[in-house]
Design a protein around this ligand. Structure first.
Ligand code: TYD
Ligand code: MG
Length: 471
């Protein structure tokens, strides 16, 4: 309704406005998620520049000062907390169960991250369809239409009768639906597409992601419903959104792959209900993801004639040993600073191994480029592959083919000593199963039992290892 100014009656200047919902400005760092009182160029917590953004949120109840009005909560002695085992449900995909620590725990929240197109939606649809016979499951998608999910399910040839689907992005709507449907498993694809009406910023922003995740986590903990959230990753490979998301959930899984490879590795990064560093291996096929239960076989190259610079090692990823091939190429360098390139093994570790090789193995590579690669796009996160990496480098440098059926593992110390690795016997057993004939290992890992056809050279130093392989 317009009003006329009493001084100049021509202009209708005042207009009644319907009162706006009150909102306030808050500031969050998009890198670490910390709350700030005002805008700043640099986040005081994580020290990132230009990451602080302002968000408008609906003003909630007035903040209470002190603890007036609060009632004391009941405390429980730890001894009287029932110590029953956590309830787990197997997803039907053994490789996924392995990474989850034995199955999906009821009331837990799992965050699954991975590059676009790697197969997150495919994996979860396969798992949900298998589970839907035992668990009432709801698949919520904010990214695709129901037709697209239907088409994918048909392509995967999965059971579709008992799996409920919903396309929705509003957290309030999703929570209202789950209160009604009461699913035991809720899949949300993806957390970055969700938005809450209480927060006045775009979906995918820090405040939205945090608020949406917090509400879903609260629901999981109060209802016992297991929730799997799909999370996007940034260009740097970290989960998009605030780091705080990783603290809020019970498990963080990453889906990884070497570009161009059909193999997919799912790795546990954090797990409150199982061990970390466990991996599950899948292969993407025309009919969805197939489990690879014997990964050792696929990570060995299928070439029949051995070439210089190639050796096999046994690493232990999580609870199982795995055979891996390490390749090295040593070539005359044209550069003042020769190149050291390492894919799958930490860069600094390669530099250290080359220094140890120089001092204690008498092999100087100061005018050589050194390239090292772990076949199959795997990343080695333990030190047990040190000896194999050094042997591959020497083999390439001297252009000597390592004998067929040779395998090596062991950690190299700075004084040239070979240090033992854990689960040595189990690694030797895996090598014997795959028909290896000779293993060079640290003396402290010498087997106490007969290893059958596998001949074992247990050596103390790098010097001894080079002697036993190259003479
Ligand atoms: P998708 O699960 O949509 O990936 P994300 O959710 O992680 O973005 O997977 C999509 C890719 O997988 C796509 O490039 C096609 C491929 N794909 C197959 O090769 N075989 C299949 O059976 C399916 C369903 C997908
Ligand atoms: Mg997807």
């Amino acid at each position: 309704m317009g009003l006329i100014c009493y001084k100049c009656p021509i202009l209708p200047v005042l207009t009644w406005q319907t009162p706006m919902a009150k909102s306030k400005l808050v500031f969050h760092c998009t890198a670490c998620g910390s709350n700030l009182g005002k805008w700043a160029g640099q986040c005081p917590d994580c020290k990132s520049w230009n990451t602080v953004e302002e968000f408008r949120v609906a003003a909630g109840a007035r903040r209470k000062v002190g603890f007036a009005g609060a009632t004391a909560s009941l405390v429980t002695p730890l001894s009287s907390v029932p110590s029953g085992d956590t309830q787990r449900v197997e997803t039907g995909l053994a490789e996924l169960d392995r990474v989850l620590g034995g199955g999906l725990v009821s009331g837990s929240v799992v965050l699954l991250g991975g590059d676009p197109g790697i197969g997150k939606s495919t994996l979860l649809l396969q798992a949900a369809a298998r589970l839907s016979g035992n668990l009432k499951s709801l698949y919520v998608t904010g990214e695709e239409s129901l037709q697209q999910i239907g088409l994918r399910a048909r392509r995967l040839g999965v059971e579709r009768e008992q799996l409920d689907c919903l396309t929705e992005t509003s957290v309030e709507q999703i929570l209202a639906t789950v209160q009604k449907v009461q699913p035991q498993l809720l899949i949300v694809d993806s957390i970055q597409t969700l938005q809450s009406d209480d927060i006045d910023s775009a979906p995918g922003s820090v405040a939205q992601v945090r608020e949406s995740a917090a509400r879903l986590v609260r629901y999981a903990k109060t209802s016992g419903c297991s929730i799997v959230l799909v999370g996007h990753v940034t260009k740097e490979g970290a989960l998009a959104g605030p780091r705080i998301l990783e603290h809020m959930v019970d498990a963080v899984l990453y889906f990884e792959s070497d570009s161009g490879s059909r193999y997919r590795i799912i790795r546990s990064f954090k797990n409150r209900f199982g061990t970390v560093n466990e991996i599950g291996v899948f292969a993407m096929t025309g009919k969805g993801l197939k489990q690879v239960s014997n990964p050792s076989a696929i990570f060995l190259s299928s070439r029949s004639t051995p070439t210089p610079g190639t050796i096999v090692t046994v690493t232990r990823e999580g609870t199982r040993p795995m055979l891996l091939e390490i390749q090295a190429l040593v070539d005359d360098s044209q550069l003042a600073n020769p190149r050291r390139v390492s894919i799958g093994l930490e860069h600094n570790r390669l530099a250290m191994l080359l220094a140890v090789l120089h001092r204690h193995g008498g092999v100087s590579l100061s005018s050589q480029d050194v390239f090292l690669n772990v076949v199959g796009g795997l990343r080695i996160s333990e030190t047990g592959s040190d000896l194999a990496a050094v042997l591959a480098v020497v083999s390439s440098y001297r252009d000597l083919v390592l004998p067929e059926g040779l395998l090596a593992f062991g950690e190299l110390g700075l004084s040239g000593e070979l240090r033992p690795v854990y689960n040595g016997e189990e690694r030797l057993k895996e090598a014997a199963v795959h028909g290896f004939k000779h293993a060079v290992i640290p003396a402290a890992n010498a087997p106490r039992h007969d290893t059958g056809k596998l001949r074992v050279s247990a050596v103390d130093t790098l010097h001894d290892a080079l002697q036993s392989v190259f003479t």
